[in-house]
Design a protein around this ligand. Structure first.
Ligand code: ZN
Length: 455
């Protein structure tokens, strides 16, 4: 048993609570009470918040940061260097790169990540001898670093809404058939079962990458494995147009018809939706994840956050391409983009934005009940320092200072499952700055030299 004291803590309301003691037993919170620092084993200097969740990440995209911005283009042309990188990665690279990214997440206060994983086979599309070697590289990286992981295994079987075969550069994403994907995922489920702080999620990459007939199979497997079910949805207008042309309905309606929507379903992006789509999502009980910095980086558009939230749809946020790794920034941008879009201020309550970044995120990746400083929740919490340059002089008590000013630089301490994994800004286990830099440079260098004929 360990008792942690914080002078201020956010317990979910619109204001902070003073002198909070959190008791942790076996990695979970067993008590939350009021008391002086002297009653605790450890005093945390700052404001205690629940751990942050990045609901949607592709760790390997981190190597593209600051590398794809010199030429003009769009989402579709951005995929070219992304494919080159994806095809150049060995399982060892994949693990090393994820270790870098997960450790950067942890120091930013991200205690749980939904890693949306779609590089399954070898470069030529053949499966590895151990068919989950790539996915397990991510699990190993998360264990090394001490971050909580939902490994979201995505089916990626076709290259367009007409069901055309994968392009050469998409070969290693594909298992060849939905049956082969299902077999591999079942194996992965039993391998992950005994692992601490790691669980399985399943996904269809998008309605572009999975044929309509296969969508119900994936939904069924999620049900059977009691796993969260994710999909990229309507990130681009071109996806909506192609789906309409092929199926006569929008991607959202196609998912509804395929039994893909429901309380376990997380719709990532949901940028270009009709009113009817939003009603369908609300009725189904599905939730939505926005990735504002990536959506801005790729020129995707601004999603209808206010409208979704007004319909009671739970919203969470993700770092997606990891062009930035800062969930406090992602959740702030939900408010900022609605201000830009609607010409008004104060659209989302600060407590609501923090809830998106914490408990709604945990729920969306299957750690239901987590992301809260509450009895029974996993003991995942962080500390932000209100005296840093970003936050000094802000109204912290009413959460304005935290939500509108705090950044990853404000995070000093991180606790995951009761383990103090970042102490005063220093991660307990992480590659050194030099190691991280050399991994990022080496992996990018390999991608640029990867022969086009192999991609
Ligand atoms: Zn994504």
């Amino acid at each position: 048993m360990q008792r942690w004291h914080a002078k201020y803590a956010w317990l979910g309301g619109s204001e902070l609570t003073t002198d909070v003691i959190v008791t942790v037993v076996d990695g979970s919170i067993s008590d939350v009470s009021n008391g002086e620092a002297g009653l605790a084993d450890t005093t945390l200097d700052g404001i205690m918040l629940p751990g942050l969740a990045s609901v949607h990440s592709h760790a390997f995209h981190r190597a593209l940061r600051g590398r794809t911005n010199t030429a003009s283009g769009d989402f579709w042309s951005w995929r070219e260097p992304m494919y080159a990188l994806a095809n150049s990665l060995t399982p060892e690279d994949y693990r090393e790169l994820a270790t870098v990214v997960f450790s950067e997440m942890l120091t930013a206060g991200i205690t749980a990540v939904g890693e949306f994983h779609y590089i399954h086979g070898q470069q030529d599309g053949q499966p590895y001898g151990g068919p989950n070697v790539m996915g397990l590289a991510l699990a190993a990286a998360a264990s090394d670093v001490g971050i909580r992981l939902t490994l979201i295994d995505a089916a990626y079987l076709v290259s367009d809404t007409a069901g055309s075969p994968p392009l050469p550069e998409q070969r290693r994403f594909s298992d060849g058939s939905i049956a082969a994907w299902s077999d591999r995922v079942r194996q992965l489920a039993s391998t992950l079962e005994p692992m601490d702080n790691i669980r399985l999620g399943v996904a269809a990459h998008s309605v572009r990458a999975v044929a309509a007939d296969d969508l119900p199979v994936i939904a069924e497997i999620a049900e059977r494995l009691d796993a969260p079910l994710h999909i990229h949805l309507s990130e681009q207008v071109a996806e909506n147009d192609a789906c309409l042309e092929q199926h006569g309905i929008s991607p959202t309606q196609l998912l509804a018809r395929s039994g893909f929507l429901g309380p376990r379903t997380c719709l990532v992006h949901a940028t270009h939706l009709s009113d009817n789509d939003m009603d369908t999502i609300a009725f189904s009980g599905s939730n939505v994840c926005f990735c504002p910095t990536t959506e801005a980086d790729l020129g995707d558009g601004i999603g209808p956050a206010k409208e979704l939230v007004s319909l009671g749809i739970p919203l969470s946020v993700g770092t997606d391409s990891n062009a930035f790794i800062d969930i406090l920034e992602e959740t702030r941008r939900v408010e900022h983009y609605d201000r830009l879009r609607l010409g008004k201020r104060g659209i989302h309550a600060p407590a609501d934005l923090l809830t998106n970044a914490t408990s709604r995120g945990y729920d969306a990746i299957g750690w239901t009940g987590g992301g809260r400083i509450a009895v029974g929740a996993p003991a995942d919490f962080i500390v932000v320092d209100p005296t840093t340059d970003e936050m000094a002089g802000t109204d912290v008590a009413h959460l304005d200072g935290i939500v509108m000013a705090a950044t990853r630089a404000s995070v000093t301490d991180v606790i995951v499952g009761g383990e103090h994994v970042v102490v005063s800004g220093e991660p307990a286990t992480a590659p050194s700055r030099q190691q991280r830099l050399s991994t990022l440079e080496r992996v990018w260098d390999n991608a640029t030299r990867f022969p086009k004929s192999h991609s």
